[in-house]
Structures are given as C-alpha cells and as structure tokens.
Design a protein around this ligand. Structure first.
Ligand SMILES: [Fe+2]
Length: 279
C-alpha cells in the first residue's frame, strides 16, 4: 500500500464497480480515486480485494453516503465500526460524509435529505460531527448537499450553516460546486456569494457532477456531464480557494471510463491554469 499522503490538488474520479476491472488492467494515469465507503463494509470478498490492489498504486478517499450525520437518532455504532475497520485497512487520504440526514424510525431513506438550517440543528449536527471525529480518530470532511425544498423554520442561510459546522468543529469541507449551483437555481440565491462564505482554509476537496434539467427544478442526478455554468463556477471556486483535490462524480447511467477521464482532464486544466497564475 502506498503511504498515506495528502491528496494532490489534482483531478480524480469516483471509482464505480463497473470500472474496477478496467482500472486494475490498464492502471490509468489518475492521481486519486474516491469510493463509497459502504460498498466496502464486507469483511472480505472480491470487491475489498480489488480495492486493496488499487490502493497499492493510488491515493484514495473514502466518501460515505449512509451515516445519516444529521439524524436525531443515535449514530449507528455498527456503521461507525465498519467505517473504522475500512479506514484501518486502506488508510485513506480523506474521509467524508454528507451534511444531511437519511434515516428515521430505524428506516433508511435512499436519499440525502437537507437539514433545517436552524441554531438547534446546527448545535446538533456539530455535536454529531465531533462524535464521529472522536470515534474514527481523525478529521472528517462534510459535504453540502443538493435540495429541492427548504424549511419554513430555517433561520440561517445554507452557506453560513455549512461554514459554521467547520468553524465550530474543526472539520473540513467537501465543497460540491454542482450542489451549490443546483441549489442556487432551485432556491434563487447567488452561487458566488455561497463560495465567498466558505472558510478558505477548511476547503479540502471539491466535487463536480452533472444534473438533470428537464423538470421544473434541477435534480442532482450525477448522470450527465458537468454543465458549462458549473465549470464556470468551479473556475471561480479555484480562484478563491486555490487548487484543491477535485473529484468527478458519476453514478447514474455510468459512461465508459474514458468519459470520466476526459471530464477529469477538463478539471485538471482549470487547476493547471490556477497554478500558472500563482507562479
Ligand atoms: Fe458530491
């Protein structure tokens, strides 16, 4: 296994099961991969063995989709135990989760639902982030989620809520630029202002993905190329934050690996341009 080192400020891709064999065979020149933690919670088996082989040659980030960080129910001790076991096994550069909730009454919903942006919810989720960071013994990144509704009782703008979680807990931020764009369009706020509110030093990773625009609001499907407006917002984010590890996420209607590599190359060109400006 390669030593754990900070992820390079370069463009990686989300590794999905249909591409694993090709990656093992061809060893594409990708600086890092991100996988969904829960796909590797088994104690053994071929998926985990393949991940071990990939980890020997590539930096890795673990991205969780099932912790239900913002739920009011106790954190799932078994889920945390499996995450800790996976962290110990693959020694990832980063560990992230979503700033959302996805379970109630012991039932899991297959969605990443937004929190009510209130002081009460902020106190609660900060406590939970601290609980998780203590449990895994390392820093967590939290990601802003896309949403299609807001809560009437919300008192805090989403961007201030996200920033406050990082400031209060010392966690880092995974800024999903596509999610900011989707929410800006759906809720009618200024995406550039959202980026301005992010504490620069806390931004440790960026996500890019595609959305569906055929309905009455934008839906964050991870099933299309990154939209031109999102590329523009991404370039703006990199100007603000400096170069950051950037991930291409694609989950629905997964295209050939070459398509993901081409999207990553576009992100890399934005990062390279920022290095050129900095030099
Ligand atoms: Fe994301």
């Amino acid at each position: 296994m390669a030593d754990r080192a900070p992820l390079p400020a370069a463009a990686g891709i989300g590794l999905r099961t249909p591409h694993v064999a090709q990656v093992l065979r061809e060893r594409p020149a990708v600086p890092w991969f991100e996988v969904h933690s829960e796909n590797y919670y088994a104690e053994g088996g071929p998926a985990l063995a393949a991940l071990d082989r990939i980890r020997r040659d590539y930096a890795l980030s673990l991205h969780g989709v099932g912790m239900s960080l913002g739920s009011i129910e106790p954190l799932d001790a078994e889920h945390l135990r499996k995450l800790k076991r996976l962290i110990a096994r693959v020694d990832p550069a980063l560990v992230s989760e979503h700033l959302c909730w996805s379970s109630v009454g012991g039932r899991h919903l297959n969605d990443l639902l937004p929190l009510p942006y209130t002081e009460e919810a902020l106190d609660h989720v900060c406590h939970r982030v601290t609980e998780v960071q203590d449990a895994i013994g390392r820093e967590l990144l939290v990601e802003n989620v896309s949403s299609y509704l807001g809560f009437a009782d919300a008192t805090i703008p989403e961007w201030d809520f996200v920033a406050a979680v990082a400031q209060r807990t010392g966690c880092k931020l995974l800024v999903d630029v596509n999610n900011i764009y989707v929410n800006a369009m759906n809720h009618g706020f200024d995406a550039e202002g959202y980026l301005d509110a992010m504490p620069r030093a806390a931004v440790a990773e960026i996500h890019l993905a595609g959305f569906d625009s055929t309905g009455p609001c934008l839906i964050d499907t991870h099933g299309t190329p990154v939209a031109p407006d999102v590329w523009t917002l991404y370039a703006s984010a990199i100007r603000r934050f400096g170069a950051r590890p950037t991930l291409i996420e694609w989950d629905l209607d997964l295209p050939p690996l070459a398509t993901l590599l081409a999207e990553a190359a576009t992100a890399q060109s934005v990062l390279d341009a920022s290095h050129a400006v900095a030099a």
